[in-house]
Design a protein around this ligand. Structure first.
Ligand code: HEM
Length: 423
């Protein structure tokens, strides 16, 4: 397939450059090295071109303003059939547990259905509900910190960064705490469906995970319908807009979305954020000395190593971005991780600086799909880092830096494990 870029045209060098961009992107999206170390690749593409059509047919947008435009533009629509397993026929989707609910969930639908579902979900997901979670999150963080103190050393990803968001979202949804450890592996397997380059084998693993979470949430919705509690799921079941309510399928989809979106992403914010601090001891010392900087530091963690590295849109009409006309029907990837290192928006973008106050991060998206859980995720991270820095003056990595590995995943970027030690 021909590729296109807005590298200035008219010279044979341009073809060489378009090929070069293509090979960097293939390396970025399809190799373990690219997936685990994306930033130098982003930089090379971003400086060669703001917009590029890859050999796989996707268009890629690399600079901050252009990614923001893509997210906000009303022509930037969702089409899960174009994004996930594009090699599969639409009629085959219902056979796949990981795919079959996607076309009906909030994250993957367009107005007017999106407007309707978002309004219903927002009734239950209010700022007041999130504020009310803070004392409970403080309690959860404190008991996880107790465990860390007792153990002296542990895998922070497994023992802290996963359980906290699972407990927080689980508590909000009304899931029994004892069920949470059993949901981690199936939910994580299911979430891999969001990665690019999904193969039939990968999809089978996602399906196996989704079948478990789907059965779990079906039972839970039925239980809460029969016996409502004081939780988000009961509120979602009861949520009404005139005569409109969420259907059974929408409720199960919503549970999968909230729990899935609520844990892997926040887990990775906690993991990538702590790793950034451990890799920059002077920044960690500054935060210990001035804990009032922590909310801003969480924004910098989101910018520096975002848990969400990309978003997908399909444009329904031709759309000009970064000086290039992207044709109607094109599938476009906005590289959030690259936008966050764009020197047009951030001073010294590769520097991790907890005092930075510049353009807002795009990790939670912008426009109509702006993350419903952003407030909750921010509270979890602020409470977690405040507690970790206050309670553990000698918090350190319990391994060599080069032993710490990122999972070879780009949509949701996070660490395999993070061994830490305290005194
Ligand atoms: C650091 C943590 C988080 C990050 C980075 C994150 C990121 C995102 C992003 C990028 C989107 C929109 C994707 C797009 O525009 O295509 C989104 C949507 C969403 N997120 Fe989050 N999220 C996080 C935590 C949470 C939590 C804790 C919850 C709920 C408990 C949540 C629930 C949702 C929901 C329901 C949507 C769909 C909104 C819509 O389509 O209207 N997220 N999130």
């Amino acid at each position: 397939m021909d590729t296109q870029s807005n590298i200035p045209s008219g010279q044979s060098d341009d073809l060489v450059s378009a090929d070069a961009v293509d090979s960097i992107l293939a390396d970025l999206f399809l190799t373990p090295e690219g997936l685990t170390d994306p930033y130098p690749r982003y930089e090379r593409v971003r400086e060669l071109t703001p917009v590029h059509q890859t050999a796989l047919g996707h268009w890629v947008v690399t600079r901050y303003d252009d990614v923001d435009t893509l997210m906000r533009h009303q022509q930037g629509l969702k089409d899960p059939y174009r994004v996930f397993a594009p090699w599969l026929k639409k009629e085959e989707w219902p056979e796949h547990a990981a795919l079959r609910r996607l076309p009906d969930i909030l994250l993957w639908i367009n107005p007017p259905d999106h407007t309707r579902l978002r309004k219903l979900a927002s009734y239950a997901f209010t700022a007041k509900a999130v504020r009310g979670m803070r004392p409970r999150i403080e309690g959860m963080v404190s008991s996880l910190a107790d465990r860390l103190q007792e153990a002296g050393s542990l895998d922070y990803m497994k023992e802290f960064a996963y359980p906290l968001p699972a407990m927080a979202t689980g508590t909000m949804l009304g899931l029994p705490e004892a069920d949470l450890p059993h949901l981690q592996d199936p939910m994580r397997a299911f979430q891999d469906v969001y990665e690019l380059g999904l193969t039939a084998e990968d999809l089978a693993a996602c399906d196996a995970g989704a079948a478990i979470t789907d059965a779990y949430f079906t039972d839970l919705v039925n239980e809460r319908r029969a016996k409502p509690g004081d939780d988000l799921l009961s509120a979602l079941i009861a949520a009404k807009d005139g005569d409109d309510r969420l259907t059974q399928g929408e409720l199960i989809g919503m549970c999968n979305l909230l729990f899935g979106a609520g844990f892997e992403t926040t887990t990775n914010l906690l993991g990538n954020g702590l790793f950034a601090l451990l890799s920059h001891p002077e920044q960690m010392a500054r935060l210990r000395a001035e804990p009032e900087l922590i909310p801003g530091a969480v924004e910098e963690m989101l910018r520096f190593d975002s848990p969400t590295q990309l978003v997908n849109r399909v444009v329904d009409e031709a759309l000009e971005i970064g000086g290039t006309l992207i044709p109607a029907g094109a599938s476009v990837i906005g590289l959030v991780g690259s936008a966050h290192r764009d020197a047009r928006r951030y001073t010294d973008p590769d520097v991790f600086d907890v005092t930075r106050q510049e353009a807002s991060v795009l990790s939670f998206s912008s426009g109509i799909h702006y993350c419903l859980g952003a407030g909750l995720a921010r509270v979890e991270a602020q409470v977690a880092f405040t507690t970790l820095l206050t309670r553990f003056p000698r918090l350190r990595l319990d391994a060599d830096f080069d032993e710490v590995r990122f999972r070879p995943r780009l949509t949701l970027r996070g660490l395999e494990s993070l061994p830490i030690a305290v005194d």
